[in-house]
Design a protein around this ligand. Structure first.
Ligand code: ADP
Ligand code: MG
Length: 433
């Protein structure tokens, strides 16, 4: 198929509504050289163009998306353009900002007397009484270092036996992460960090320190976490979808909390990027188990109702993490985003949100993985496109049932509102007749 693309056209678009497009003329570009993206776009008859050409659909790196939206770029998107990130996605996907936003969200709900922010007393390991949120306690206690060092020390002293995990805010794939069980180690780290980095750079080099979930649910004696995919097409109103084919990512080495294994990342970090370097890595299943099999396993070992409760709680925490950032995200109508949620389940079957990735890996480690990721991308594209298949930022973003593919609606505040209005209308109507 041939495609006319205006080369060298200025990268500034006016507000003028573009003329109606033909389906066969849709163009896409991608920063990721991934066959899953190309396959999905080509199946739709779209033509690949370069980033400086006129594209309608752009699967970009986060950084390139941010650049595009920066004031300096002077770029103005037209109605026929869609891009796969929100400009300030980092409010959700950076480890320190996620925590900051969730803390703020809880404080605001509490201030408004919202029952969601209800608290309860708990007995701390040192025998003192502390308070915890009853419903919104879904992230491990976390501080940003070096900024919150004093607050961390205060918390540390309440349970000096605890293990903590240090994670660099700006890194991913398990890079730079280590566990600590002594305050002296954090002190040493702070000293080294101060000498290693110029103080003004300290923000860039900041870390989060989180309570280590040391009682994870184990299967076959091994730690795992859940990787779930969540598509957001709008933050205000919030519209989010959960992909049915998440999976568990397993460690290759049996879980062991002994101090001797504290530095053994094959025991503690579930990242595939870490585990695949281990001697026990199995490239056939890639250390992954589908969420469906996990559900069957849980129903069989723990029972149906606790399993249902766990899955409902997982959905709950995803929705509230999104609500926590909704007020601060630049809700540009050209944007959508697919997040990779990392969730750990402890042995009381309580899910904990560990982090949210704005560029979850599209790397396929196994055959099943390839199928899953193809479906993921293909379903995403179907959801973000209006029924006529032509990108249009003016569309109301209410996909029909068929377009959802293997995604389920997590929340659509617009639909909730409509249903509310409908039911109110129905009540009124019934009362009148
Ligand atoms: N608080 C925690 N308790 C237990 N394990 C954790 C905790 N935080 C992270 N991990 C483990 O470390 C892995 C990497 O941490 P994560 O925050 O996802 O950083 P990264 O960006 O490097 O993937 C997680 O997938 C999980 O296995
Ligand atoms: Mg992670």
């Amino acid at each position: 198929m041939t495609q006319e693309v205006k080369k060298g056209s200025p990268a500034i678009y006016g507000k003028v509504t573009p003329p109606a497009m033909e389906k066969g003329k849709v163009t896409y570009c991608t920063d990721l050289d991934k066959s899953v993206i190309r396959a999905s776009c080509e199946r739709r008859g779209w033509t690949q163009v370069g980033i400086d050409d006129e594209w309608n659909f752009y699967w970009s790196y986060t950084q390139n998306c941010r650049n595009l939206f920066s004031i300096e770029s002077g770029y103005r998107m037209n109605d026929n353009q869609l891009i796969n990130h929100f400009p300030n996605h980092y409010e959700l996907s950076r480890k320190d900002l996620l925590v900051k936003n969730i803390k703020r969200y809880r404080r605001e709900l509490e201030r408004d007397g919202n029952p969601l922010a209800e608290k309860a007393d708990v007995v701390l390991p040192n025998g003192q009484i502390g308070t915890r949120y009853l419903h919104l306690d879904f992230i491990p206690v976390t501080y940003v270092l070096p900024a919150d060092y004093n607050m961390f020390v205060e918390e540390y002293r309440k349970s000096p036996q605890s293990t903590w995990i240090m994670k660099p805010c700006g890194k991913s794939q398990g890079a730079g992460i280590f566990l600590i069980n002594k305050l002296s180690k954090v002190k040493k780290w702070s000293r080294d960090a101060k000498t290693a980095f110029h103080p003004q750079l300290s923000n860039k080099e900041s870390y989060v320190i989180s309570r280590y979930i040391d009682n994870p649910l184990l299967i076959g004696g091994k730690k795992f976490d859940l990787r779930l995919y969540v598509l957001v097409t709008s933050y205000r109103p919030l519209k989010a979808y959960l992909f049915q084919h998440g999976f568990c990512r397993f460690c290759t080495v049996k879980y062991d909390t002994s101090v001797a294994e504290l530095d053994n990342m094959y025991v503690h970090l579930t990242n595939v990027s870490v585990q695949k370097h281990g001697g026990d890595y199995n490239s056939l299943h890639g250390g992954k188990m589908s969420i469906q099999n996990f559900r069957l396993y849980l129903e069989g070992t723990k029972g149906r109702s606790v399993t249902d409760k766990l899955f409902a709680e997982v959905q709950w925490l995803i929705v509230h993490s999104l609500k926590a950032v909704a007020p601060v995200i630049a809700n540009d109508r050209h944007c959508f985003e697919c997040y990779g949620y990392d969730i750990i389940i402890d042995n009381n079957l309580k899910p904990w949100l560990v982090e949210v990735n704005a560029s979850p890996s599209l790397q396929s480690t196994t055959h099943n993985d390839r199928i899953l990721k193809y479906k993921l991308i293909d379903n995403i594209v179907s959801i973000v496109l209006p029924p006529d298949g032509i990108p249009d930022a003016r569309w109301n973003k209410i996909p029909n049932e068929e377009a959802l593919g293997d995604f389920d609606i997590l929340i659509d505040e617009e639909l909730i509102d409509r249903e509310d209005t409908n039911s109110r209308y129905n009540k009124l109507h019934r009362a009148k007749t």
